[in-house]
Design a protein around this ligand. Structure first.
Ligand SMILES: Nc1ncnc2c1ncn2[C@@H]1O[C@H](COP(=O)(O)OP(=O)(O)O)[C@@H](O)[C@H]1O
Ligand SMILES: [Mg+2]
Length: 378
């Protein structure tokens, strides 16, 4: 078959991609309408997969060019400008050989300093040598708009792991620069997405922050169980194993429909079966323990820097206390300290993205498998 039954940990497409019809339509409408988009969710829910899926749907469209880049490795303002310019040059050139011309036309005009890697083929790396000495931020940030005008097209720039902007030195100044140039562009729009919900909402939802009300804000939710069950049962069948819809539903419940974990747990169960075999509950339980095992090192690392108060607070939530944590009996049972301590604990753990507020202020542990691990193994 050549395809993998289940994939987790990297963006998925085609056979391994399910659902997201509504979100895909909304993204494409924004791309076509020149509307900026901000997409936020915890990690591994499916942002990258969704954006790449949407991009794929409009690939053939003549009037629109979509540029994708990942900001994760950018540690300074000018590293970001280099990455951005390289992505824009590479991905707006209509043929592989044209990017060189583009670079000359749009970059050399600004500076003589360009260094290309020798193996300049389709997967080339481009080092533009853009620095504060050669370019102002405004020049670099206008590159896409200039290319769009010249080619008589519109451009959408999708920036993954955008929360990284908050980690740059002098971050607010950088954000102001970006916003002030980007908001005046007529032909270029942006899709900015990232995890670290806390950081992302700080950047986009605070009145005094440069990116306040920059665009259409989407909180990416979970894929619902109905869709997952279809996905799991059909992929088991394709791989000559079987699972009942009921057991597949139980699998989804175990990981609270959290995208990467659904696929990971389904894989652990699938791969424990022989050809022709049907999964049973005992095997699902075993696969769930395997899931905890494989993630244990990561969870240990997550709790390592926590204070004992913070850890106790997590325990209380994992035990099912989603509200009323400030009440005397709960504070006593879990050794949480004074009522004012509760406020501090909450803020600290939200800041680390370990917990989040859901409907009507109920506190939940963000990662359902981390919650399970806290319940069972701590
Ligand atoms: N639409 C989807 N269909 C099936 N699986 C998905 C989907 N979106 C995400 N996943 C699962 O979640 C994992 C992480 O997806 P990814 O797009 O990298 O998330 P994010 O960018 O939010 O961190 C994927 O490897 C896959 O297992
Ligand atoms: Mg991603």
């Amino acid at each position: 078959m050549g395809t993998k039954s289940f994939i987790f940990g990297t963006a998925v497409s085609d056979y391994n991609f399910i659902g997201r019809e509504k979100e895909t339509r909304r993204l494409i409408a924004n791309f076509n309408g020149g509307i900026n988009t901000i997409l936020i969710s915890p990690r591994r829910i499916g942002k990258t997969s969704l954006v790449k899926h949407a991009i794929k749907q409009i690939e053939g469209q003549e009037d629109l060019i979509v540029v994708y880049l990942d900001m994760f490795a950018c540690k300074t303002e000018y590293e970001f400008y280099n990455a951005l310019s390289a992505a824009v040059l590479k991905q707006t050139a209509s043929r592989a050989e044209m990017w060189m011309e583009y670079a000359r036309e749009f970059i050399t005009r600004l500076t003589p300093k360009i260094a290309f890697s020798p193996e300049a083929n389709s997967e080339f790396s481009l080092s533009l040598g853009i620095s504060p000495k050669t370019h102002t931020p405004e020049e670099v940030l206008s590159l896409a708009e200039n290319i769009a005008a010249k080619r008589n097209k519109r451009i959408v720039i999708c920036i993954d792991e955008f929360q990284q902007i908050g980690e740059l030195p002098d971050s607010i100044t950088v954000q102001k620069r970006l916003r002030s140039v980007w908001q005046h562009q007529q032909l270029t729009s942006y899709c900015l997405f990232g995890s670290k919900k806390h950081m992302m909402t700080n950047i986009f939802q605070r009145r005094n922050m440069p990116f306040y009300q920059f665009g259409d804000m989407i909180y990416l939710g979970k894929i619902d169980a109905g869709q997952w069950v279809k996905y799991i049962t059909s992929h088991f069948t394709d791989g000559k194993r079987h699972i009942s819809p009921e057991l597949a539903g139980k699998l989804c419940d175990t990981v609270d429909n959290y995208s990467s974990y659904v696929q990971q747990l389904a894989w652990l169960l699938f791969s424990s079966l022989n050809e022709g075999e049907s999964a049973n509950e005992t095997q699902l339980d075993r696969a769930t323990e395997d899931l905890l095992d494989t993630n244990e090192a990561l969870f240990m690392q997550q709790i390592e820097p926590l204070t004992s108060y913070q850890l106790n607070f997590l325990r209380a939530i994992a035990d099912g206390h989603h509200s009323g944590l400030g009440e005397a009996d709960i504070r006593e049972e879990y050794a949480l300290g004074s009522p004012s301590n509760i406020t501090r604990l909450k803020a600290a753990l939200v800041g680390k993205d370990l917990i989040e507020m859901r409907d009507r202020g109920a506190i939940h542990i963000t990662d359902p498998v981390f919650r399970l691990w806290l319940q069972r193994r701590l």
